[in-house]
Ligand binder design. Structure first.
Ligand SMILES: NC(=O)c1ccc[n+]([C@@H]2O[C@H](COP(=O)([O-])OP(=O)(O)OC[C@H]3O[C@@H](n4cnc5c(N)ncnc54)[C@H](OP(=O)(O)O)[C@@H]3O)[C@@H](O)[C@H]2O)c1
Length: 342
């Protein structure tokens, strides 16, 4: 089967490594489904910053790595323990970072973390969503413990980085939950997009946020979802969060964080890492399949929409390189997906 892989150079102790390993089209043996797996014929893949991070982290001499943890395709075969799927079903999934990614014609994915894809979306529109929807859902409803259906309506949520892949779907979920959503974006088009996703207010993250909140008549916020840079926003978050508020972050810190800054306000801080459940095979990992099924129902009901902004065709090393370049700019709006095979 055709797969796109990052292929690190041979180990050479004398060589200095700077560029990420090249992406190459390889002919690899198709995966065999394990007992809990679906074997999926991939139709479209979403790209995410995790792809470029994993690629950049590959050391010389390590084996080629198929990237991509966002996909939509048809079930071709399945393991003996799989329940609730049939061959031919169109499914979507993010998958497991410890397994090969889905930028390949076929991928094996644990059925417990997959779901039927929305029937009203194209493969590319669907592939744009799973990883970011799982991240956003878990951040808001599992980590911050909010009620997806309105039990926390009216509480003020600040979304740092509202126009990116995660922000675009997190804003929609938060708005649907009835929160007052204040998102940040720095350019005319990203600000317009954040509003289109449902943000009540949009602040410019190039300018200090406190005065912009005050201009809205807000002394602070009850909740913060930091989708950009945990270190850079730590001090500001400690200032902007209201007493007894809660903060969730999704980007790992580079330097130690001063947790004491949150103590006098009794603020709760939590991490969200979308791959925790599959990576550790937690007892509740099937929750990701249930979240995706819930998102499918909400998309089909017209309550959520795809965040796809750009589709590249076909799925190839050239188009994937182009997508990685766009992601590296740090200025993408919504999501990029690749669709179809040459
Ligand atoms: N923990 C997890 O499970 C998890 C899951 C998904 C993603 N992530 C990580 O979360 C981060 C965001 O992912 P993503 O897919 O949303 O990325 P993305 O789509 O590449 O984000 C692009 C957005 O970042 C915004 N941005 C740029 N500078 C910013 C700043 N100073 N403050 C706030 N926002 C800024 C840009 O908005 P403007 O153009 O308006 O400035 C742009 O729209 C990445 O580091 C990714 O690896 C973690």
């Amino acid at each position: 089967m055709l797969a796109i892989a990052a292929v690190p150079p041979a180990a050479d102790p004398g060589a200095s490594v700077s560029a990420p390993p090249p992406l190459q089209e390889l002919d690899l043996p198709a995966s065999l489904p394990g007992e809990h797996d679906l074997l999926v014929a991939v139709e479209a893949v979403g790209v995410n910053p995790v792809d470029t991070k994993v690629r950049a982290g590959l050391s010389p001499g390590s084996p080629p790595r198929v990237l991509g943890w966002d996909g939509c395709g048809r079930v071709e075969a399945m393991g003996a323990a799989v329940d609730g799927f049939a061959t031919g079903d169109r499914v979507w999934f993010a998958g497991d970072i410890t397994r090969p990614g889905c930028q390949a014609q076929r991928v094996a994915v644990d059925a417990r973390i997959a779901a039927r894809a929305p029937s009203n979306l194209s493969a590319a529109e669907a592939a744009a969503l799973p990883l970011t929807a799982l991240t956003a859902w878990e951040a808001l409803f599992d980590r911050l413990g909010l009620d997806p259906d309105g039990g926390d309506a009216g509480r003020a949520l600040l979304v740092l980085g509202g126009a990116g892949g995660v922000g675009s779907i997190l804003i929609q979920l938060a708005r649907r939950a009835g929160l007052l959503v204040i998102a940040t974006a720095s350019r005319f088009e990203s600000q317009a997009w954040a509003r289109e996703m449902g943000a009540d207010h949009v602040l410019d993250h190039r300018e200090p946020l406190g005065p912009q909140l005050q201009a809205l008549g807000l002394d602070g916020v009850d909740l913060i979802a930091n989708l950009h840079d945990t270190d850079a926003y730590w001090q500001a978050m400690a200032e902007l969060i209201r007493p007894q508020g809660a903060i969730v972050a999704i980007v790992g810190n580079r330097a130690p964080l001063d947790l004491d800054l949150l103590k006098s306000k009794s603020v709760r801080f939590c991490w969200e890492f979308m791959f925790t459940r599959p990576r550790y095979g937690t007892a509740d990992m099937g929750e990701q399949g249930r979240i995706l099924a819930r998102v499918t129902a909400l998309v089909e009901a017209g309550e959520l929409r795809t965040t796809l902004r750009e589709t590249l065709r076909p799925i190839a090393a050239r188009t994937l390189e182009q997508a990685h370049g766009l992601l590296a700019s740090g200025r993408t709006i919504g999501k990029i997906a690749l669709e179809g095979w040459a």
